[in-house]
Design a protein around this ligand. Structure first.
Ligand code: DQA
Length: 142
C-alpha cells in the first residue's frame, strides 16, 4: 500500500512555529514516526510539503500516476481557501483524510470552514501529531 502524506504552507516550520498551538515536534519528527509505522505494516509512505498551492496540486496529480492508494493531507491555511486543492483531490479520486494539529473549531471563525472536509473519508482535528498517526492507521487498515 502506498500512502502520500501531504503538508501545506508553514508546516515546514513545525517545532518552532507557535509551539503552544502546534507542539514541539518538527515535521521530520512526525514523518519519521509515520515511516516506521508504515514499514511495520509493509506499506510505503511518500512525503511532500509545499508552501505553494500549485505545488500541492501538482503532487496530488502525480499521486494518481504513482498508484497512491490513500492521501493524508494537512493543507494548512489552504484548507480554508483552496478550491483548487479540493478539485485536485476530487480529480484524482484518491480517498483522503484531512488532518489538523490544532482544534480549528475552537480557534478563529475563519478556520471553521474547510473546502476539503465534505469530500474527505474523515477529518481529525486537535490531536496534535497523533492525528497523523491515527490517520495512517486508518489508511493502512482500509
Ligand atoms: C492547521 C490549522 C490551519 O488553520 C492553519 O492555517 C495551519 C495549521 C493545523 O494543523 O492545525 O497552518 O492546518
Amino acid at each position: 500500500k502506498h500512502v502520500l502524506v501531504l503538508n501545506g504552507p508553514n508546516l515546514n516550520l513545525l517545532g518552532t512555529r507557535e509551539p503552544d498551538v502546534y507542539g514541539h515536534q518538527t515535521l521530520e519528527d512526525i514523518n519519521s514516526g509515520l515511516r516506521v509505522l508504515a514499514d511495520q505494516h509493509g506499506a510505503q509512505c511518500h512525503f511532500f510539503q509545499s508552501n505553494h498551492e500549485g505545488g500541492l496540486v501538482d503532487r496530488i496529480h502525480q499521486a494518481r500516476d504513482q498508484g497512491v492508494d490513500f492521501i493524508l493531507i494537512n493543507a494548512g491555511a489552504y484548507t480554508h481557501t483552496s478550491v483548487a486543492i479540493r478539485d485536485a483531490l476530487a480529480g484524482v479520486g484518491i480517498p483522503f483524510i484531512e488532518v489538523h494539529l490544532s482544534n480549528v473549531h475552537r480557534r478563529e471563525p475563519f478556520r471553521h470552514h474547510s473546502y476539503l472536509s465534505d469530500t474527505a473519508c474523515g477529518v481529525i482535528v486537535g490531536l496534535g501529531a497523533y492525528g497523523y498517526e491515527a490517520a495512517l492507521r486508518f489508511a493502512l487498515n482500509s
